[in-house]
Design a protein around this ligand. Structure first.
Ligand code: WT7
Length: 655
């Protein structure tokens, strides 16, 4: 660890990283003029990208923004997403091309079954068959299909099959609880669900179907459940409702013509956390979304024919939708899809995968990078990572220290890093370097992509040229969310009201430096970002207060070295309930049941009352100060000043 002090010195001097000359020269996008050209004619810029898709009927108009915030992109056009992702590549003679090198978590124990080469032809065959299975079950255009799956190829097939027949998928991350799944299926009135018997977690099957069976009975709209047999655990099957994936798919007709979809027909719903306890159903549509993810995947990752691209996200998050499934497949890319944990069976699993498949592009999250840093340099050092030529980061601000480690230990100091800022709502990448053009600064997502416009506004709503404020997007973009499912007013209120109907409120604070570079600071709303997973304080609070021992709860996000942010809960137990380690453990379990393990508080503090103003408002800022161990200043205006003392004591005792 001799280079540590040197690294620290470097962190203080803003080091910059121009694209390596050879990289820039070979890059598809190395003409700085594209920024100006796209800014001068953004619609022409996006038209150029849309025209590279395959249309069943051409569009009449690029953008209709006559009724903001309701945008229509490529109106009049008809196309099918699965046909763009599959059929056209097979028709071009690329059926044998590998779409995914799929690696099972237990690949070492299972032989060839654990390492599959999924070709475009195979994906197309399975997609058509599964599309026919859905049709046979009465699922059609506009119907919602839930997907609750491990990272197996069938998850991508299920998504593509929905898009083929115009059904709207609603993927729920496999780590969410049965209760979270129930809520998301109920509010979207999903008609069918695709799931698996179980998922592997560090070598052991953890049941999925059995876990969700109790809630499936509570969903009146849910007619069918299709179960992928991943682990051979033999889950109980409800006759008439549940069917086995493999049986159904092998019996299905292998031909299913793609449904011609309107440009603005919905492609999928994806629930994400907002400021209230109720998740928001983000709605993405067909043509604009596909154009955005195709363009950004190609540009930001400088995608070439011989690249082996690995986005290590989960399909259950938007990163998986846009940059494991739709962007890469529309571009005919060859990807790696890895099923399991990064430290199973050893802490070098990822680097073994990079070496095995000669991965050339790796896209992951800062929280993963920080874990690898913590585990030690020896794990990546033990493998040949020379195939890598480009690295990406997403999900939260990447601290310069992690950036530099990624650059040196993974990228061998030769790979550019693209720090990509975007959101579930934006559909695709918005602020990011172009690796052949942008001189990067560790910690900055740099500048908006060509065709994208962002600004920072101060507390008086004036644009800040250099300085900090609220991040907004000032021009519509093709991948933008169109609405919130069945909550159109909430869509307008949340994103398009504060600064008028044509300015999108991101929910992040950011700073712009003298070079016009954006530095994302963090959320300005009640959203907590734990390991790149988005949760709302209210969601966790309402889970806590639903426990019979809890009278009141408040939750805040605190900075955490490894997970970015972590959850700290402040809880007032009901009278007669004993506060202590047992209750803490109980509450963690309860939150895991209600939301998922990712939402469990890292720390729980008990108090007979929460710090409140005399009018009864919980002082969250004060809770944050308590958690950070800050000087609390004058607390005499509180209803009961002794409360904070007791909390502060617990904090210092716990640490
Ligand atoms: C929020 C969106 C984008 C897909 C994964 C997360 C934060 C995301 C960055 C980045 C700084 C980032 C923001 C954003 N975020 N990428 N490169 N630098 N912050 O999607 O769950 O919708 O969360 O993640 O706070 O608003 P999401």
């Amino acid at each position: 660890m001799t280079e540590e002090p040197e690294l620290d010195v470097l962190l203080g001097t803003e080091r910059t990283f121009p694209p390596p000359p050879a990289f820039a020269e070979a890059a598809a996008f190395n003409d700085p003029g594209i920024y100006e050209r796209a800014a001068a004619d953004p619609e022409g810029w996006w038209r150029g990208w849309a025209e590279q898709l395959e249309w069943i009927e051409p569009f009449d108009r690029v953008l209709d923004w006559s009724d903001p915030p309701h945008a229509k992109w490529f109106a009049g056009g008809k196309l099918n997403v699965s046909a763009n992702c599959l059929d056209r590549h097979v028709a071009a003679g690329n059926g044998d091309r590998v779409a995914y090198y799929w690696e099972a978590e237990d690949a070492d124990q299972t032989g060839p079954e654990g390492r599959k080469q999924i070709t475009y032809a195979w994906l197309l065959d399975q997609t058509q068959r599964f599309a026919n299975v859905l049709k046979g079950l009465g699922v059609g255009k506009g119907d919602v299909v839930g997907i609750f799956m491990p990272m197996v190829p069938e998850a991508a097939v299920a998504m593509l099959a929905c898009s083929r027949i115009g059904a709207v998928h609603n993927v729920v991350f496999g780590g969410f609880s049965a209760e979270s799944l129930r809520e998301r299926m109920e509010v979207s009135e999903a008609k069918a669900l695709v799931t698996a018997d179980a998922t592997l977690r560090r070598g052991k099957p953890v049941e999925m179907k059995g876990q969700i069976d109790p809630v499936l009975d509570q969903l009146p709209a849910m007619e069918h459940v299709i179960v992928v047999d991943r682990c051979g655990t033999g889950p109980s099957m409800n006759e008439g409702r549940d069917l086995d994936w493999a049986e159904a798919v092998s019996a299905a007709d292998p031909v299913c013509p793609p449904e011609p979809m309107d440009a603005e027909d919905p492609l999928y719903l994806l629930y994400t956390s907002g400021s209230t306890a109720k998740p928001k159903g983000i709605v993405h549509t067909t043509a604009g979304y596909l154009t955005h993810v195709t363009a950004t995947h190609r540009m930001v990752f400088d995608l070439k024919d011989d690249d082996v691209y690995w986005c290590a996200a989960d399909i259950g998050w938007v990163t998986g939708h846009s940059y494991i499934v739709y962007g890469p497949l529309a571009n005919g890319a060859t990807s790696v899809m890895y099923e399991g944990a990064p430290d199973y069976p050893g802490k070098d699993r990822w680097w073994e995968i990079v070496e095995r498949y000669r991965a050339s592009i790796l896209y992951t999250a800062p929280t993963a990078i920080r874990s690898f840093m913590k585990w030690g340099d020896e794990y990546p050092a033990a493998h040949d990572l020379s195939s890598l030529r480009l690295l990406g980061s997403v999900g939260e601000p990447i601290n310069p220290r992690a950036w530099l480690w990624y650059h040196e230990k993974i990228g061998g100091a030769r790979c550019p890093i693209v720090d990509t800022w975007w959101q579930t709502e934006t559909g695709g990448i918005m602020i990011s370097p172009l690796p052949g053009l942008t001189t990067t600064k560790p910690g900055s997502a740099t500048v908006p992509l060509p065709g994208i416009e962002a600004a920072i506004l101060d507390s008086e709503d004036n644009e800040v040229e250099v300085g900090a404020g609220t991040l907004v997007l000032t021009r519509p973009w093709p991948g933008m969310a169109r609405t919130l499912y069945r909550e159109p007013e909430r869509f307008v209120e949340t994103y398009w009201q504060r600064y008028g109907p044509a300015t999108y409120l991101v929910g992040d604070a950011a700073r712009r430096d003298e070079d016009g570079f954006f530095w994302i600071v963090g959320r300005i709303d009640d959203v907590i970002n734990v390991s790149g997973h988005r949760l709302s304080t209210m969601e966790v609070e309402s889970a806590l207060v639903s426990h019979p021992s809890v009278a009141e709860a408040a939750v805040i996000g605190v900075n955490d070295e490894h997970t970015g942010q972590a959850i700290v809960a402040f809880v007032t137990p009901r009278d007669g309930v004993e506060a202590g380690p047992e209750l803490t453990a109980d509450l963690r379990e309860h939150v895991a049941d209600r939301i998922g393990k990712l939402a469990r508080p890292k720390q729980t503090l008990f108090a007979s009352d929460l710090p409140k103003t005399r009018s009864g408002k919980i002082m969250r800022r004060l809770l944050r100060d308590v958690a950070d161990g800050n000087d609390l200043g004058d607390v005499s205006t509180l209803r009961d000043p002794s409360v904070v003392e007791s909390l502060s004591e617990q904090i210092s005792r716990d640490r």
